[in-house]
Write a protein that binds this ligand. Structure first.
Ligand code: NAD
Length: 334
């Protein structure tokens, strides 16, 4: 490797170490010190450099990995099906590019998308056996999560028993803290001189990953379920599309967000994203973008996934709010 490349390697290494530190603060300590926009910029820089110098990509680069390591004190859970992250699109052009890639794989087949709110919380997996909740886990690094069953059982919108006794069903969703509860929690913490949570997402993660479930129980968390992981239901068969899955999950008594739309093309997707970009402040919980998913589950399988994210979905990230600033270590986003 020439001297020029050595310098680039060092720059890339430095960037990776910086990102890893932020990952640790965000995923393990639930206490970030930079805004998500600042973080996304560092990640975009690293991705750009790795695209230019693909021979410098390493398997342990933050661009190749999901989330963070489990926190000490929790038993670990191996996910039967990996819990991946999502690739990001930061504008319309990147959404159009995503659609071009989807069409490239699906060829002449027609396809449509489901567009959902991207809830700014913490991904969890809930496993039901014969309709009874037996295990709940965090996403962790995608392969291994933390066993937080007792904590998840304190969340009232998580049913302990499904409306139908499905043999085995693992569902995935986002645990979040409503905006009001977040403000109230930080107000109480400030009164007691305790460190404040940076944003509702970190407050939700910090509240859920508590060794004492009584603390979680007092934190007013809720959930939106948005997908199916492992499943066995002999006889009945699984839904064939994502939109049918959402209806089915709802019929089982799970809490599914009502704001989602079936879109026939990327133009409709962009219009729907625009609507929520303008209306998001009115929601009682924080969203940081929209999630676009290919609707047919067969087509999802055909598209597959990379190590880090499915190729059949993308997160459209809203541009940063003017009002988002770090004020005394609190990231305020309205
Ligand atoms: P992500 O949050 O961008 O996207 C993936 C996640 O979206 C999924 O795991 C799931 O939890 C969630 N999600 C919400 N609604 C969903 C829906 N309807 N359907 C499917 N998934 C849905 O990815 P990530 O890998 O968890 O984290 C990256 C994010 O974390 C970025 O926004 C980044 O800025 C932030 N981050 C910030 C720092 C920091 O220091 N500020 C550090 C690390 C990460």
């Amino acid at each position: 490797m020439g001297g020029g490349h050595e310098q680039i390697r060092q720059t890339i290494d430095k960037l990776r170490r910086e990102i890893e530190q932020h990952n640790y603060r965000y995923y393990v300590l639930d206490a970030p010190t930079i805004t998500d926009t600042q973080y996304d910029r560092l990640m975009a820089d690293l991705q750009q450099m790795e695209r230019e110098y693909p021979f410098l990509v390493t398997p342990d680069s933050p661009t190749q990995r999901v989330g963070g390591k489990p926190r000490e004190g929790f038993a670990t859970v191996q996910h039967t099906i990996a819990m991946l992250s999502l690739a990001n699109a930061f504008g319309d052009a990147e959404l159009i590019e995503f659609d071009r890639r989807v069409r490239g794989t699906l060829g002449n087949e027609s396809y449509d998308y489901v567009v959902e709110l991207k809830i700014d919380g913490l991904a969890v997996s809930l496993t039901y056996q014969d309709g009874i909740l037996v295990r709940g886990a965090t996403r962790g690094d995608g392969a291994t999560g933390e066993d937080i069953t007792v904590n998840l059982k304190t969340i009232r919108s998580i049913p302990l028993r499904l409306h139908k006794p499905v043999d085995l069903l693992e569902v995935r969703g986002e645990v979040y803290m409503p905006k009001k509860s977040f403000i109230e929690l930080n107000r109480r913490r400030e009164e007691r001189g305790e460190p404040l949570f940076a944003n509702p997402r970190n407050a939700a993660a910090g509240s859920l990953r508590q060794l004492d479930p009584a603390v979680t129980a007092g934190r007013n968390l809720s959930i939106f379920v948005y997908g199916i992981g492992a499943a066995e239901l002999p006889g009945e068969g699984l839904p064939e599309s994502h939109s049918e899955s959402l209806k089915w999950l709802e019929s089982l008594g799970l809490r599914v967000n009502t704001h989602h739309q079936l879109c026939r093309d990327i133009g409709e997707v962009i219009s729907y994203c625009r609507i929520w970009q303008d209306k998001k402040a009115a929601l009682p919980y924080q969203i940081d973008g929209m999630v676009i998913k290919v609707n047919s589950l067969d087509q999802q399988s055909a598209l597959g996934a990379t190590m880090k994210s499915p190729r059949w979905a993308i997160a459209f990230k809203f541009p940063p709010e003017q009002a988002q600033t770090i004020v005394r270590d609190i990231i305020v986003s309205v």
